[in-house]
Design a protein around this ligand. Structure first.
Ligand code: GDP
Ligand code: MG
Length: 437
C-alpha cells in the first residue's frame, strides 16, 4: 500500500468509541494549527506556545454553528508525539460531538489518519525507533500489570538500548576486520573476534531466554487444573478467582466438560481451565471429558495436579510433569499421607493459596529476571534468532570470512530498531494499531 504522506494534515478521534466524560480529537501535520484556528473561537492557536492549553469553542466557520466547548492543547515541533506541529481538542465525550468535530476538520482540509499513523510519523521522524513504536502498541494492549511493566520498559528504550549497544560492538569489530583485510600486514588478532562475538552471542541468547516469559506477560498463560474427581479442582478455581465460578459438589464427576476463567496471578494474566476429573470410567460422556482434560494439560503452559491429601493417593495420570505443579488439597483435613513434592493448600481456609500463587508466578515467569527487559514481540524474537544463527556462523568461520556473517547479524539486529526495514515490515507493524494512536 506504500507509506502515507508525512506532510498531510491528519485527524482522528483518539479516545475509544462510545460515550465518556471527555473525548479527544487529535490533529497533526504542518499547517494543523492554522486549520484549527479556522474552527476555534478563543485565543489564536497559531500564536499559542507549545505545551499549553486554552479554553474556547469549536465553531463551523461557514455556518457559525458552535459544536462544543472545548480545551485546546497545542504542540510545536519537535516537542510533540509525532515531532510535528499538532493539537488535541478535548471535547465532551459524546460520539455526536466527536464525529461532528472530526467531520468539520475533514471538510476544511484534514484527512482521516490511518491506524497508528501518529505513531508512524513519530517513528519516521526519528522520535522513536520501531521497537518503541511496537511498545506503544503493547502498552495499549496490555491486559495485566506484568504486560504493562514490560511495555513501559520497551517504550523507554530498554530493549533498544541493549540492541544498540550490541550493534555498536559488532560495528567496531567489523571495522577492525575490514582494516585487516585492507592492510593484512597490520595483522588482526583472531582472539579479538572471538572475544567480541562470544559475549554478544551470550547477550542475544539471554534476551531470547526471556521470550517465553515475555510472551506470557503479554498474551497470558493457560493453567490447567487436573486431578481425580472430588480432588477439589473446582473449589481451588473458585478460591483463586475469589468468587464462585465453578459448581462444587460432593458428587464425583460433576464437571464433565471443562470451563475457563480469566484471572490475574501475581500480575500475570492467566486463563485457568477447570477440567473433568481424571479416573478410569466406562461412562462415555465422562470418558471423553477425561481425554479432553489430558489434552488440555498437554497444551497448557502450566498444570496443577491436584490430589486430596485426606484420601489414599491415586495412580497419577499421564501428565507433562516438567510443567506440572503438584498440589495436595483439603489441607484443613487430617492427612492420609505426606509428600514434600506437594504444595499443601486448603480452598476452604485459604491455607497455602498465597504460596501457590507465588509458585505459579515463579513457574510461569521464572526464566526471566525481574526488572529486566523481556522480549515479547514475535518480530523481535525472530530477528534475534537470526542474529544468533549468524553469530554462531561468524564464530565458526575463518577470520577472513567472519565479516559476512557479522554483517548479517547486524542486519537482523537493526531490523528490531527499524533501520533499513522494508515498507512491508513497517506496514505490518502499524496495521495492528488503532486509529488515533
Ligand atoms: N474440607 C475441605 N473440603 C474441600 C476442599 N476443597 C474442596 N472440598 C470438598 O470436596 C468436594 C469436591 O470438591 P470439588 O471442588 O467439586 O472437586 P472437583 O471434583 O475436583 O472439582 C466438595 O464437597 C468440596 O466441598 C477443602 O479445601 N477442604
Ligand atoms: Mg469440578
Amino acid at each position: 500500500m506504500g507509506l502515507p504522506s508525512l506532510t498531510d494534515i491528519i485527524a482522528a478521534i483518539a479516545t475509544p468509541p462510545g460515550r465518556g466524560a471527555v473525548g479527544i480529537v487529535r490533529i497533526a501535520g504542518p499547517g494543523s494549527l492554522e486549520l484549527v484556528r479556522k474552527v476555534w473561537q478563543g485565543k489564536d492557536p497559531t500564536r499559542l506556545p507549545g505545551g499549553r492549553f486554552t479554553f474556547g469553542r469549536i465553531r463551523d466557520p461557514r455556518s457559525g454553528e458552535v459544536l462544543d466547548e472545548a480545551l485546546l492543547l497545542v504542540f510545536r515541533p519537535p516537542h510533540s508525539y509525532t515531532g510535528q506541529e499538532s493539537a488535541e481538542l478535548q471535547t465532551h465525550g459524546s460520539p455526536a460531538v466527536l464525529r461532528g468535530v472530526l467531520q468539520l476538520l475533514f471538510e476544511l482540509g484534514a484527512r482521516p489518519a490511518r491506524p497508528g499513523e501518529f505513531t508512524l510519523r513519530a517513528y519516521l521522524n526519528g522520535r522513536m525507533d520501531l521497537a518503541q513504536a511496537e511498545a506503544v502498541l503493547s502498552l495499549i494492549e496490555a491486559e495485566s500489570q506484568a504486560a504493562r511493566r514490560q511495555a513501559l520498559r520497551g517504550l523507554s528504550a530498554g530493549l533498544s538500548q541493549r540492541i544498540a549497544a550490541l550493534s555498536e560492538q559488532l560495528f567496531a569489530l567489523l571495522a577492525h576486520i575490514q582494516a585487516w583485510l585492507d592492510y593484512p600486514e597490520e595483522g588482526v588478532e583472531p582472539a579479538r573476534i572471538r572475544a567480541t562475538l562470544e559475549p554478544v552471542l551470550q547477550e542475544v541468547r539471554r534476551l531470547l531466554a526471556t521470550a517465553p516469559a515475555g510472551r506470557i506477560a503479554q498474551k497470558g498463560a493457560r493453567l490447567a487444573l487436573v486431578g481425580a474427581p472430588n480432588a477439589g479442582k473446582s473449589s481451588l478455581l473458585n478460591a483463586l478467582l475469589g468468587y464462585e465460578r465453578a459448581i462444587v459438589t460432593p458428587i464425583p464427576g460433576t464437571t464433565r466438560d471443562y470451563l475457563e476463567a480469566p484471572l490475574e496471578i501475581a500480575g500475570v494474566p492467566v486463563v485457568a481451565v477447570d477440567t473433568a476429573g481424571v479416573r478410569e470410567t466406562e461412562d462415555p460422556v465422562e470418558k471423553s471429558g477425561v481425554e479432553r482434560a489430558l489434552r488440555i494439560a498437554q497444551e497448557a503452559d502450566l498444570v496443577l495436579y491436584l490430589v486430596d491429601q485426606s484420601q489414599p493417593q491415586p495412580t497419577p495420570p499421564p501428565l507433562p510433569w516438567e510443567r506440572t505443579l503438584r498440589v495436595a488439597t483439603k489441607a484443613d483435613l487430617p492427612a492420609a499421607w505426606e509428600d514434600d513434592a506437594y504444595l499443601r493448600v486448603s480452598s476452604q481456609t485459604g491455607l497455602g493459596l498465597e504460596a501457590l500463587r507465588q509458585q505459579i508466578h515463579h513457574r510461569l515467569l521464572g526464566t526471566a529476571p525481574e526488572g529486566e527487559v523481556w522480549v515479547s514481540n514475535e518480530r523481535h524474537v525472530e530477528a534475534l534468532r537470526r542474529a544468533e544463527a549468524h553469530l554462531v556462523e561468524a564464530l565458526e568461520a575463518p577470520e577472513d570470512l567472519a565479516g559476512v556473517s557479522i554483517e548479517m547479524a547486524l542486519g537482523a539486529l537493526s531490523e528490531i530498531l527499524g533501520k533499513d526495514v522494508s515498507e512491508e515490515v513497517i506496514d505490518r507493524v502499524f496495521r495492528n494499531f488503532c486509529v488515533g494512536k
